[in-house]
Design a protein around this ligand. Structure first.
Ligand SMILES: NC(=O)C1=CN([C@@H]2O[C@H](COP(=O)(O)OP(=O)(O)OC[C@H]3O[C@@H](n4cnc5c(N)ncnc54)[C@H](O)[C@@H]3O)[C@@H](O)[C@H]2O)C=CC1
Ligand SMILES: C[N+](C)(C)CC(=O)CC(=O)[O-]
Length: 314
């Protein structure tokens, strides 16, 4: 089947990310079947989709898009048996992923591409128990998948190149922005970058060098404002003035060796965990998760529109 002909998508695991994928595919006009073993999964999923729908409606729904195109299946096998594409979003646990991907592989029609939302495992280590591993890929999304365009697509050692190409094309058709990687890299691209920031943030909180509030403000009031348009490389190209990146590297290159960064992640002690949790509660200032999600969605849409406008005019 050609990626553009897909009409039926199955989402396995329907938490934060699986639910976000469901909302995305519904908004793009697909028929979606979801399965999640938790007893409260359907209610949680429908709440998540309902909460996302206003933002999706504002962005523009595809013809025929409706929350009524969602079916919640009783079993994994029922969810995937008629699927033309499967997205797995179960917990980040290698044993669960291995077992689940093997079950999905056994129950999904031959030739249908199966993609995992994993944020860190390589497909090589997850596809070990699959009978037809050639059609399994990683399709790593960003939260919330119904708003953030990027998906990082990469296969494992036993994935065939056609499956990677097919998945990349399908995600593009489904309205995502795709980076296809030709080799497995721990953390893919974006998480490798994000984890470097996250590791340093935890070190600073653990050592009392900065608070949660200061760390967040250092990004939202600082570099974060430049990144939506330029990314870290072009941002630093401008840091070199008229000399661009060449001057920037000649000028600041030697300071790369300064002890700004710490190579090892800190120990996640109870104390550090509590400090992070309390810091985030303080920063949330009484706003519930649902309120923060709605605020984030409005802000992401506003930023996306502003960037579109700048690109259109330049
Ligand atoms: N939360 C995030 O920001 C992101 C997460 N991811 C990845 O997405 C995947 C899911 O993560 P979240 O949605 O955050 O987790 P979550 O905890 O919100 O959702 C996981 C869901 O999987 C269900 N589940 C438990 N056992 C299962 C099984 N055996 N089969 C199918 N479903 C099962 C749970 O009931 C739950 O609804 C993970 O691989 C994670 O690394 C990827 C990008 C971002
Ligand atoms: C927290 N996380 C590592 C699971 C985040 C991601 O994988 C991507 C994102 O949404 O930032």
């Amino acid at each position: 089947m050609e990626p553009a002909d897909v009409r039926r998508v199955a989402c396995v695991g329907a938490g934060v990310i699986g639910g976000g994928w469901v909302a995305h595919f519904l908004a793009k006009g697909y028929e979606v079947t979801a399965w999640d073993p938790a007893p409260d999964a359907e209610a949680r999923l429908r709440r998540l989709v309902d909460a996302a729908w206003p933002a999706l409606t504002e962005l523009g729904l595809a013809p025929g898009a409706s929350v009524d195109n969602l079916t919640v299946a009783d079993t994994l096998e029922t969810a995937v048996r008629d699927a033309e594409f499967v997205q797995e979003s179960a917990p980040e646990d290698l044993d669960i992923k291995r077992d689940l991907l093997a079950r999905i592989d056994a129950a999904t029609p031959a030739g249908v591409v199966v993609s995992s939302s994993t944020s860190g495992y390589g497909m090589t280590e997850m596809q070990t128990e699959c009978a037809t591993p050639q059609r399994l890929v990683v399709g790593h999304p960003f939260n919330p998948p119904y708003l953030i365009p990027l998906v990082e697509v990469v296969g494992g050692e036993r994935t065939r190149p056609w499956a990677v190409r097919w998945a990349a094309e399908f995600f593009e058709v489904a309205g995502k922005s795709v980076i296809t990687m030709d080799r497995e890299v721990p953390g893919f691209i974006a998480n490798r970058l994000q984890e470097a920031i996250w590791r340093e943030a935890l070190h600073m909180v653990a050592n009392g060098e900065a608070t949660v509030e200061q760390i967040d403000a250092s990004i939202t009031e600082g570099p974060g404002l430049r990144w939506p348009l330029l990314g870290p490389c072009l941002t630093f190209h401008l840091a070199g003035g008229e000399g661009g990146m060449a001057h920037m590297l000649d000028h600041f290159g030697p300071s790369l060796k300064s002890p700004w960064t710490r190579l090892e992640a800190p120990e996640l002690t109870e104390e550090l965990r509590d400090r992070m949790v309390r810091g985030c509660e303080d920063a949330a200032g009484g706003r519930s998760i649902a309120e923060l999600v709605a605020e984030r969605d409005r802000a992401v849409i506003a930023v996306m529109r502003a960037i579109e406008e700048v690109r259109r005019k330049s």
